[in-house]
Design a protein around this ligand. Sequence first.
Ligand SMILES: *[C@@H]1O[C@H](CO)[C@@H](O)[C@H](O)[C@H]1NC(C)=O
Ligand SMILES: *[C@@H]1O[C@H](CO)[C@@H](O)[C@H](O)[C@H]1NC(C)=O
Length: 451
Amino acid sequence: MPEISTIYKISVIAFTLFFGASGSGCPVLECWFVQEKPGHGGGFSVPMSQEKSLMFIRTEAYSEESLSALHPPADISPSRIYYMTDPAGTFCSAALNPPKGSVNKPKCEINPFMPHASMVRWASALTDSAQSPVYLQADWFSVAAQGLDEQLTLSNIMRAPSASKEPQVILSVSSKTPVVRSRLGEPVLLDCGFWVDASSPVHGSGFSVEWRYQFRGEGRLVLAYDGKNDRFAETSETGADINITGLYEKGNASLILEESQVRHSGTYICTVYLPHLLAQVAVDLEIVEPPSLSIYPSPLPLLVPGQALVVQCEASGFAPHTLDLSWEFSDADGTSRSLGQSSRLELDSGKLGLGRGGEVTCVAKHDGGTRRAAATLSVIGVSAPSIEDSMAMVAVALVLYGLIKFLSWTLSSSDSSETESKDKVNNVYFCPTSKFSKVLNVIHAVFSSHV
Ligand SMILES: *[C@@H]1O[C@H](CO)[C@@H](O)[C@H](O)[C@H]1NC(C)=O
Ligand SMILES: *[C@@H]1O[C@H](CO)[C@@H](O)[C@H](O)[C@H]1NC(C)=O
């Protein structure tokens, strides 16, 4: 029955596709194939060509069936489609295999690679004994890939029997920490691991490891281990180490810095040498330390209205060297507002409306976090007595004065009416009232002169 055999074939293909490609978590990787344009000699600015390329990746070798099940896209030249065997699954990380249709894609570049004997002192011994030249006669490639979200950086050396388009990973160097951020004074681990295909003739002939530091065009050797002679190269660097047990047992070439310092910020390149081969990855180390702040002068002198006081905010001990400084003022009621954005601030109580004073705060925004320093500011001549207090005193005086005036008026008016009606009969009665009225007039005069 032909239908059944078709269904069988389809399911075999589906099975192969599922387990051959996606099931193992190995990606189909889009890469740029970059090489020197043919026909140009050496020189400094060799023109490069860049072509779209695609790598199908499996952990097992391809069979006829698995190859025929793959359908490369038509927009990529068949000569730039590679069927890669990666026994250790170094490419098969989630960081290189984003979900279908995701906007962010891993970065990948593939270049032709020329095996060569290394010239560096700690790796030259690797090629002392004669290597199988037949093995080196093949197509060699290097692939550099960067995973999503700074999770992985990888550099693989691959060998394909001449013109086969089926390369196999021979050496893989990778880091799970392409970007490391550390506080000052803490120990730092820069991850670097390598894997060598055990079936390759270059396996077991020794390896060397090198860590170089690079910052703004300057470089230095941090550490170099000559595995052939089991020797560290002499370097001026102190406090940097690798774990030799881990290096041999697990291919763990991670660099350990005992205590991070500002001068450690930069790029670290981990290189692994095999006879005639090398691969390297870069790890960026950022030392991030928020600043310590102080306000000068300290303590702040008393501010006299009409005078200006220059205060300075000093930030120290921070890295990296970018910082945003600003000032805040919080008055006696706790209301906060901004006073500007520089390390120097001119405090003028009139212009800035500082009232009786309050708290002046310097705010530093930094990659390592926000830091604050505060100082108390007192403005003199305003606080005792305050305008409100003076107003209240005037009001009380006015009320008192009004009350007394009213009293004296009531008393004197009753006097006059009585004088009118009773004439001199009540003279005896009038006298003390008149005296009292005089006392009131004295109080009146005192108040008038004061208010
Ligand atoms: C060195 O590596 C070995 C093997 O990975 C591990 O057991 C050991 O604890 C490591 N030593 C240090 C000092 O980290
Ligand atoms: C590599 O070695 C370092 C230092 O011994 C250790 O801290 C780290 O966990 C090791 N990494 C792996 C993947 O074993």
